[in-house]
Design a binder for this molecule. Structure first.
Ligand code: PEP
Ligand code: MN
Length: 337
């Protein structure tokens, strides 16, 4: 349920509504826009009549929110959520590019890649230290050693870092190094993990599950938000379909749909979304044209030797070419890079 205040309502009117919400045992989320103040109610609102609030001074109207996601819902929070990471703002006019290797393989491999993506204009460095691999015999990541290399690359190149956290008990360790915590597709519905990242302050990069609907993705975001962390990015990284030519099917629909349903920043990951480096640049552009606020792109200096996801990794030169092509597109869309 949402209580929309009149533009002429006073602070006292708002305070009285908040008091009433609390007295009913519900939680209130205040969102102040340019003309309207909106009060979102979370809890058992089904038993409460809209009339309770409609008669109060300063109230314009009361709207019931049909969707089960509340805090992630754009109706609750009409303005775009902006997430500040160092000097980078995610969710605003600027398109934010996160790039780097799938896995941190060694100090030299990470620093070489970080140098290349920084030169090309990427804003944030990615690299997996804890890797969710389909096979237990595949490279599982360097763990904390990988986190140390990421932190070193941040110091040298002045870029914030994003890396995946796989288990609730590893959240404090990963959060002590990373600027953004990635929740991988396979963990999108690991509710204990979502609660754990919700209870700390680092922004969360939430990847859509392999077979998850948009509503399930938004309900997972709701877990993080309802545990106190308002800084969540929604990531389209491709879903399972009957098509086997590509690793996944990048769901372009998800981008405008998520932007309409939610105020949270939406990021496209054409690397995992296609699984083929030849398709990464065109799908990256499609994601931006469809309204994404940023991209995650895997880059490796020698993809043929990569420990993971070599087939979908761009060589630095191709990444640089993509960044150049994006500049024109972004300008045509009235955004910046
Ligand atoms: C990754 O970003 O390298 C990764 C493992 O992604 P996903 O969880 O989307 O498969
Ligand atoms: Mn990967």
């Amino acid at each position: 349920m949402i209580v929309v205040m009149k533009p002429s309502s006073s602070q006292e009117d708002v305070a009285r509504v908040l008091e009433r919400v609390e007295a009913l045992g519900l939680q209130a989320h205040l969102s102040s826009g340019e003309s309207h103040t909106i009060i979102g109610l979370v809890g058992e609102t089904g038993r409460i009549s809209a009339h309770t609030f409609e008669v109060m001074p300063g109230v314009e109207r009361v709207v019931r929110v049909a969707e089960p996601f509340k805090l992630a819902n754009r109706e609750f929070h009409p303005q775009d959520t902006l997430i500040q990471v160092g000097d980078v703002t995610i969710g605003g006019n600027q398109i934010v590019i996160m790039a780097g290797p799938c896995s941190v393989e060694s100090r030299s491999q990470l620093l070489e890649t970080a140098h290349a993506v920084k030169e090309a204009g990427a804003h944030i460095l990615r690299g997996g230290a804890f890797k969710p691999r389909s096979s237990p015999y595949s490279f599982q990541g360097l763990g904390e050693e990988g986190l140390r290399y990421l932190a070193e690359a941040r110091e040298i190149y002045g870029m914030p870092i994003i890396t995946e956290v796989m288990a609730p008990e590893e959240v404090p360790l990963v959060a002590s190094y990373a600027d953004i915590l990635q929740i991988g597709a396979r963990n999108m519905q690991n509710y204990r993990l979502l609660q754990a990242v919700g209870r700390q302050e680092k922004p969360v990069f939430l990847k859509r599950g392999l077979s998850a609907t948009l509503q399930e993705l938004l309900m997972s975001a709701e877990y993080v938000l309802s545990n106190g962390n308002p800084h969540v990015m929604l990531v389209e990284r491709g879903i399972r379909t009957f098509e086997t030519y590509t690793r996944n099917t990048f769901d372009i629909n998800a981008i405008p749909a998520l932007k309409q349903l939610s105020h949270l920043p939406v990021i496209g990951d054409p690397s995992h979304g296609t699984g083929k480096w030849q398709l990464v640049a065109p799908v990256a552009k499609a994601a931006i044209a469809a309204g994404a606020d940023g991209l995650m792109i895997e880059v490796h200096p020698r993809p043929a030797e990569a420990f993971s996801d070599g087939a979908q990794s761009l060589k630095p030169k191709r990444f640089q070419a993509l960044m150049e092509e994006l500049r024109d597109l972004v300008q045509a869309l009235g955004r910046t890079l």
